[in-house]
Design a protein around this ligand. Structure first.
Ligand code: ADP
Length: 413
């Protein structure tokens, strides 16, 4: 089966075309046929498509809206130019899986999209005003382009965390506020943490219910997840993706009194403070240079920039703090797993985070941490005698979205 996986943001549309079915899943032989991104939808858009890591199309062209973006993707996929023999017409796209950021309390698992589900996703816009509208546009674009005959499945970022207990998902504010507004922690990056738990159990040959790990997704957005018996017990992001770890441009945890204070002393509106906390804080806010970790590491090393160093130190200290908290919450773990652009690629950050954690049983192996095995789905970077293993697992949310979608088609859900 050919599954088109879409991740539509407000002005972007990322896609992967994945071939999978129940047999390929069981053998872990699913294939990514092509992947790409369209940036700056609504203006002069940039389209980049890759097959097997090689760029096969890079072009700049005006793309009006999400419908046209999906149209461009589908017409490229079925064209001679793509060389994808398995997909010759739109009907060879058997289903579409969508990443949907917020499923609120309503969606606890992946769901086939119909009018009622689409309304449910709309109801969650209040909880994710920056994300759900883009996801909805993507769904509507596919319906208009491929028709109702092509099944669509929503895979929610929040769903994996629906196993959290009330003691972990509630804020300590008047309970009526939760009852009235569903004001609570939901957590995000759920599909990534679910993939990490899945890949870890495959690598360790464990059953799902035997998995007890701390998963660290460190990219532009960052979150930690405490996983026990294969389920999310706690996670660092909250009602929105602002809470928790320090991120590229997001502050992570702050004292909420800062908001009123900033409104009073700086004359900001609440909306302006929200913007500062989401877009001008984190690594960018502290360094005053960039929210990009690679650039900060370069600045620290090559120019000795003090604030770049401070931003990195704060970032690592915050991750360390969450590792300690989740170790206590889970009463120890089998492994700490690094994922995301920073977690997967930066041995330096992994080393800084894991330094002086020997009392928690975390001992990195310097050489293993520097190596990057070719074509690996995950590798160990801890010392052989480390009581807690440290893994790097490149995350693959798209694979799980494709698999969830294919399972619906095969009636296996
Ligand atoms: P997103 O959350 O948008 O998917 P990514 O997971 O791609 O983002 O992560 C982007 C982050 O990963 C950026 O801060 C980038 O600098 C960082 N990164 C990527 N490669 C490296 C590297 N080799 N060393 C350090 N940081 C890296």
């Amino acid at each position: 089966m050919n599954i088109l996986v879409l991740n539509c943001g407000s002005s972007t549309c990322k896609f992967q075309l994945i071939q999978t079915d129940l047999n390929m899943m069981a053998e872990d032989h699913d294939r990514c046929l092509a992947q790409g991104i369209i940036d700056r939808i609504g203006g002069k858009s940039q389209i980049t498509i890759r097959i097997d890591d090689a760029v096969v199309l890079r072009d700049s062209r005006p793309i009006r809206d999400h419908r046209q973006a999906v149209e461009q993707i589908v017409s490229w996929v079925v064209s001679e130019e793509s060389g994808l023999k398995a997909v010759r017409s739109p009907s060879d796209i058997h289903a579409v899986g969508h990443r949907v950021v917020h499923g609120g309390e309503k969606f606890k698992t992946s769901t086939v999209i119909d009018a009622e589900v689409l309304d449910g996703i709309r109801d969650c816009i209040d909880l994710a005003p920056l994300h759900n509208p883009g996801n909805i546009k993507g769904i509507e674009a596919v319906t208009r382009l491929l028709g109702l005959g092509t099944p669509q499945v929503a895979v929610f970022d929040t769903a994996f965390h629906s196993s959290m207990k009330a003691q972990n998902y509630l804020y300590a504010v008047p309970y009526q506020l939760y009852r009235r507004h569903s004001l609570r922690r939901y957590g995000f990056h759920g599909t990534s943490h679910r993939y990490i738990a899945y890949r870890y159990r495959k690598l360790e040959s464990l059953k799902r219910e035997e998995v007890k790990i701390i998963s660290l997704h460190l990219g532009n957005g960052c979150s930690a997840c405490a996983i026990d018996k294969g389920c999310s017990v706690d996670t660092s992001m909250g009602m929105t993706p602002l809470e928790g770890l320090m991120m590229g441009t997001r502050s992570g945890d702050i004292d909420p009194s800062l908001i009123e204070f900033l409104c009073e002393v700086e004359g900001y509106s609440v909306g302006e403070v929200d913007m500062i906390l989401n877009r001008n804080s984190g690594l960018l806010g502290i360094s005053g240079l960039t929210g990009d970790m690679r650039d900060l590491l370069f600045e620290r090393k090559d120019t000795g920039d003090r604030r770049a160093g401070l931003a990195i130190d704060m970032f690592c200290a915050r991750v360390k703090k969450y590792i300690g908290a989740y170790m206590a919450q889970l009463n120890g773990v089998q492994a700490v797993v690094f994922a995301g652009g920073i977690g997967e690629n930066s041995s330096e950050i992994r080393a800084q985070i894991c330094s002086d954690l020997d009392s928690l049983g975390i001992l990195l192996d310097e050489e293993k941490n520097l190596a990057r095995p070719e074509d690996s789905r995950g590798w160990v970077v801890s010392a052989d005698h480390s009581p807690v293993k440290v893994y790097v697992i490149p995350t693959n949310e798209e694979l799980l979205i494709a698999r969830d979608t294919a399972r619906f088609l095969e009636g296996a859900c």
